[in-house]
Design a protein around this ligand. Structure first.
Ligand code: NAP
Length: 357
């Protein structure tokens, strides 16, 4: 187990797989000057291998590309890297096999991709919700190597909103309709002629993820397995012409009667291990509730609390279920790279990664 002062040792060496993509860039931005981690390898496809990072990447972020990173050579995604931890933002067409190869070679892989999320021995973790599920990784058969995943980008916001309600009042049914940002489809994503002035009521595979992943995350860890949560979710997913920020309109049926004030209090008082351990990437407060009748709004609230907080508003009675409300979260940050980094910080604090000497 880790103990002692984190600031008097060498940093943990990390690689990024898929470093040139939307999520990969966000990893670069977050890991540059991170107090515990330092980037030692950037990897991508054959298209980018051998180029300097600044020539391979189409940098889309508002902060400048860090000078020290810009000159690094992009390497192939093969497990011969000088690092102790691998972040994966790989395209799902290749993530499955590459991540397995790294785990088999003894690397700890922290992945955003969907491929291993529902594997029975792979933890699917949101730091504030189910940090105890990290222990599921002990059931993996890769030896020293492990794979840990974070959920789909819309699932993270939804589950952060549901967790305090489930804990205090129980959940019987959830209905969710999402409005998801274009950056969720990666770069270059959807053609401008398809998405401009338009809403597309279909995202391949997304509704299935929203109806299954929350049940694993909100399930119980028991005897090296997860007993899934036992409520039903119905999801409809739409792509809207917003750059970043996924919004969801949610209705819930609770097991116990509860007042509106009790729900708001449950959200506002909620926190988890990332806050208790004061992890560097943890939002100060994971859930912010707004009383204003037209909040949360994507442009106003997606960047709240290091882009890691979830905004909730418009809580009101639902004529079909018990209550309905709106949830907003940042898809490439809280919904991807930021949550993966939070998982890596948890893994480090919980003794899964050993410090360089
Ligand atoms: P993206 O922008 O399309 O980036 C994909 C990355 O994968 C690029 O670095 C690309 O490298 C690399 N890649 C593609 N084919 C490869 C190959 N054959 N071998 C090695 N590397 C290859 O995608 P993204 O939006 O960042 O998403 C990355 C992953 O995170 C996906 O699995 C996605 O489902 C998941 N995710 C995304 C979001 C989001 O909001 N965007 C949220 C949660 C999860 P090149 O540049 O060299 O082609």
């Amino acid at each position: 187990m880790m103990s002692g002062d984190f600031f008097f040792r060498n940093k943990i060496r990390v690689a990024i797989l898929g470093a040139t993509g939307c999520v990969g860039q966000k990893f670069v931005q977050l890991l540059d000057k991170h107090p515990w981690f330092e980037i030692t390898a950037l990897c991508a496809s054959e298209r980018s291998v051998g180029k300097r990072y600044k020539d391979a990447v189409n940098w889309l972020l508002q902060t400048p590309l860090p000078a020290s990173i810009a000159e690094m050579e992009v390497l192939p995604c093969s497990p011969a890297l000088d690092c102790q931890l691998v972040f994966s933002g790989l395209d799902s067409s290749v993530a499955g096999s590459i991540e397995t190869e790294f785990a088999q070679a003894g690397y700890l892989v922290v992945s955003n991709s969907r491929n291993h999320r529902m594997d029975p021995a792979v933890p699917l973790v949101i730091g504030e919700v189910n940090a105890d599920h990290l222990n599921l990784a002990n059931a993996q058969s890769h030896g020293k190597g492990k794979i840990v995943t974070n959920p789909n980008c819309s699932v993270i916001g939804l589950v952060l909103a549901l967790k305090p309600l489930m804990d205090q009042f129980g959940l019987e049914a959830v209905q969710v309709v999402t409005m998801q940002a274009i950056s969720g489809a990666g770069y270059p994503g959807i053609a401008s002629l398809d998405i401009f002035d338009n809403v597309i009521p279909y995202i391949d595979g997304e509704e299935d993820k929203l109806e299954t992943e929350p049940l694993k995350i909100l399930g119980r860890f028991q005897e090296q397995a997860i007993i899934p949560a036992d409520f039903k979710i119905s999801a409809q997913c739409n792509r809207v012409a917003v750059t970043d920020g996924h919004m969801a309109c949610v209705s819930v049926k609770l097991k116990q009667k509860a007042s509106q004030e009790a729900l708001i209090q449950a959200w506002c008082q909620f926190n988890g291990e990332p806050q208790q351990l004061q992890l560097p990437s943890a939002p100060f407060q994971p859930i912010h509730y707004f009383d204003h009748p037209s909040y949360p709004q994507t442009r106003l609230h997606r960047s709240l609390d290091k882009e890691m907080a979830v905004s909730i508003g418009r809580l009101r009675p639902c004529p079909l279920l018990d209550y309905k409300f709106v949830v907003l979260s940042h898809n490439t940050m809280r919904g991807a790279a930021g949550s993966a980094l939070l998982n890596a910080e948890l893994l480090l604090k919980k003794g899964w990664i050993y410090w360089a000497t």
